[in-house]
Design a protein around this ligand. Structure first.
Ligand code: MG
Ligand code: MG
Length: 278
């Protein structure tokens, strides 16, 4: 389906240059995680994120997408992605996904977290399991990114991880197929597409200094979805809850560096962790 795509070559200096934007997104999402308490509105989170990014020399990238003016996408419960921040008041037990992008020196970072408003200990068990399954699948996908291998191994690893979690949790999770990860660098959305599920073929071969955003979207019910009348918000058709996690990741011949993780991926990557120094 994406057979003609190629991965554009970057060099290691470009990857290093992307870390400040990635780190800023990571720090912003950490601040938002703490701020996403019951009673707060998604619009307030958006204001906080914009100030956080601008005060640290960055620029919110989503606001530069034609037709969109916010810093975040805030997707609550049955909303999968692209929820628009506004007057919605967060309630205890909401499953909230926050997607954030920033630009520093022309380089982009893009990442998303999910959380239970009020804390995971008060979440519905199914929501917490969905959240953990989605996050585990993200790291499985990241771990399958390797120079010299086909890019579509990422989606295969995500799907295998979701199947394994589903077997453990006693349910069949859905993986959203209508939205995919992407190349990232001087622009937020670049070739190649990065499916979060198994597709035919190997996909483009991962080159040294490849940077992609990997972002599984997983549902408690069926993966079928629709866009609301606001023309942005993507919701599950069956209105079952959905979850989304994302990281911007660099693959090079020495290993992996998760540009939007505070620790660069050290705690999850094991021997594949390979940050690039100066
Ligand atoms: Mg994103
Ligand atoms: Mg993205």
């Amino acid at each position: 389906m994406f057979a003609r795509e190629r991965i554009k070559a970057k060099d290691l200096a470009d990857v290093r240059a992307m870390r400040p934007a990635g780190l800023l997104v990571a720090q912003c999402l950490a601040a938002l995680h703490a701020a996403a308490v019951p009673g707060r509105t998604t619009g307030e989170l958006d204001d906080l994120a914009e100030a956080f990014i601008r005060e640290r020399g960055g620029r919110p990238s989503f606001a530069e997408v034609p037709g969109y003016r916010h810093t975040l996408c805030t997707s609550v419960n049955e909303q999968i992605v692209h929820g628009i921040p506004g007057d919605r008041v967060l309630e205890r037990g909401d499953l909230l996904s926050i997607d954030c992008g920033a630009i520093i020196d022309g380089w982009h970072g893009d990442a998303a977290i999910s959380l239970i408003v009020g804390g995971r200990e008060i979440g519905e068990p199914a929501d917490v399991e969905l959240m953990d399954a989605t996050l585990d699948s993200l790291w499985a996908g990241i771990g399958a990114l390797e120079v010299g291998r086909g890019l579509y191994e990422v989606g295969a690893a995500i799907e295998a991880s979701i199947e394994e979690s589903g077997a453990q949790d006693g349910r069949t999770y859905g993986i959203v197929e209508d939205y995919v990860g992407h190349g990232i660098g001087r622009e937020m959305h670049m070739e190649p597409n990065v499916p979060n599920y198994r597709v035919k073929g190997k996909g483009p071969t991962v080159k040294n200094a490849t940077t992609v955003a990997i972002e599984p979207m997983v549902t408690l019910g069926d993966q079928a979805n629709e866009v609301l009348a606001d023309e942005w918000t993507v919701v599950t058709l069956d209105r079952a809850r959905a979850c989304h996690w994302e990281h911007t990741v660099a693959a090079h011949s020495g290993g992996l560096w998760v540009l939007t993780a505070l620790d660069g991926g050290a705690s999850r990557l094991g021997p594949k962790f390979a940050p690039l120094g100066d």
